[in-house]
Write a protein that binds this ligand. Structure first.
Ligand code: HEC
Length: 160
């Protein structure tokens, strides 16, 4: 093959890749369903606190869901690049509480908050979405799997 042609193609490929990252960083993301078929179903009625808390399999499923839906704004591995709030911080406040009862109640409140924002997204006063709503594509299982992943990441970072 002609070497100039080959490197030309490589450059185009690189450019397209960069454009995709750029689009993500600016929030042009369509919600993608999360395949939770490997997890025990929770059902339609909302359950609090997160029934998948501490469930490693759910956290792994949530990691994929997070990567496809949230990482573009909230950062790879849930480490924010500043485009959107740090999702680890909220959990770390709860996880740092010494009293178990207080910690459980803090995490449960966090679960409700997380579910509401994930399903409904966030809008500015003039109705522009700063974060998309996921209620059309996410099941309860998807929300809790992603939350379980963020829990696991929060704990990992705290151990460092
Ligand atoms: C288009 C970018 C974008 C995407 C994609 C996105 N978010 Fe957000 N998210 C934001 C922004 C911006 C805010 C802050 C909005 C505000 O406070 O007005 C936010 C806020 C939040 C908050 C509240 C954080 C806090 O400290 O109060 C949670 C929880 C959250 N997002 C979860 C998620 C989850 C889970 C996903 C993926 C399913 C996701 N977000 C996808 C941009 C995004």
């Amino acid at each position: 093959m002609n070497p100039t042609k080959k490197s030309g193609r490589l450059a185009v490929g690189l450019l397209l890749g960069l454009l995709a990252i750029e689009a993500n960083a600016h929030g042009d993301v369509t919600p993608h369903p999360v395949d939770t078929s490997s997890l025990k179903p929770v059902g339609k009625e909302w359950v609090f606190p997160n029934p998948y808390r501490g469930n490693e399999k759910a956290a792994a499923v949530g990691a994929t869901g997070y990567l496809h839906n949230c990482a573009g704004c909230h950062g790879l591995n849930a480490i924010t690049g500043g485009v959107a709030p740090d999702l680890l911080k909220m959990n770390q406040e709860c996880l740092g509480m010494a009293a178990k009862e207080q910690q459980a109640s803090c995490l449960k409140d966090g679960d409700e908050y997380f579910k509401d924002i994930t399903l409904h997204g966030k809008k500015t006063a003039d109705g522009r979405y700063t974060m998309p709503a996921y209620d059309e594509v996410f099941t309860q299982e998807a929300v809790w799997a992603i939350r379980a992943y963020i829990d696991a990441r929060s704990m990992e970072e705290m151990k460092k």
